[in-house]
Design a protein around this ligand. Structure first.
Ligand code: DC
Length: 226
């Protein structure tokens, strides 16, 4: 069996991971795997069933009946299915971010999703983004990048994105949300967000999308040749 290549991209929310990882995957001809979308799908189910996302027992009880599907549209965009329903849009609702952050802190949820993520990397060349890809999911990844930006820059990007979609958005609330999620994601006991020792740090605070993508492409090329 030929070993597939894997590129792990971790970092806080709003650092541009999804957009950049997707573009990077396209450029390289790899499969793009957005692992946050998988946690969001679990969070969505908790929300829909009225389960407290911090209640480990209640969330764990949802898992056996949870059928999470993943597919790719003709545009190459990852789509998520929850018990057969396409929830790709629903998981992007602002409220679901909080649910996803809470359920992703539960060890049972992380264990439930770990093999599924590893299997994707065994079967495909992947660019996988998340919080613990380089540290836990794919510690042997060929390239690891820790993508970050100042909280204010990340909040501003999120604010612009929501406004473009015509959603109500208050910058200060978003900034507070970004900080709260950083706090939760970096301080949880299981698989906290942290830079892997062998990851390259990429800070996009002062960079636009094209510049950020060029930076990532350079890192990947250098590392794959090394
Ligand atoms: O990247 P995102 O905002 O779509 O992720 C949603 C939540 O899921 C976020 O709070 C962190 C969590 N997450 C995680 O814990 N581990 C991952 N590999 C990906 C996301």
């Amino acid at each position: 069996m030929t070993k597939h290549r894997s590129i792990a991209i971790d970092g806080p929310s709003g650092a541009g991971k999804s957009t950049l990882a997707r573009a990077l995957a396209k450029g390289l001809g790899y499969l793009y795997v957005d692992t946050g979308a998988i946690y969001r799908t679990v969070g969505l189910q908790a929300c829909r069933t009225g389960v407290d996302p911090e209640n480990s027992e209640a969330v764990t009880a949802l898992l056996p009946n949870l059928e999470i599907g993943m597919g790719y549209g003709e545009d190459g965009v990852q789509r998520m299915y929850l018990n057969g329903e396409d929830v790709s849009q629903a998981i992007r609702q602002h409220e679901i971010s909080r649910y996803a952050s809470c359920v992703s802190a539960l060890p049972a949820v992380r264990a439930f999703l770990l093999d599924r993520q590893r299997k994707l990397a065994e079967e495909h060349d992947v660019v996988m983004d998340g919080r613990d890809i380089g540290t836990v999911v794919l510690p042997q990844a060929d390239v690891k990048i820790f993508l970050t930006a100042a909280p204010e820059a990340r909040a501003r990007r999120r604010w612009l994105e929501l406004r473009e979609r015509g959603e109500e958005a208050d910058y200060d609330t978003i900034l507070q949300d970004v900080k709260d999620r950083d706090e939760k994601d970096t301080h949880r006991a299981t698989a906290p967000l942290r830079q892997a020792e062998d990851a390259v740090l990429a800070d996009t605070t002062e960079l636009d999308l094209d510049q950020s993508l060029a930076l990532l492409m350079n890192i990947v090329k250098e590392r794959l040749q090394a």
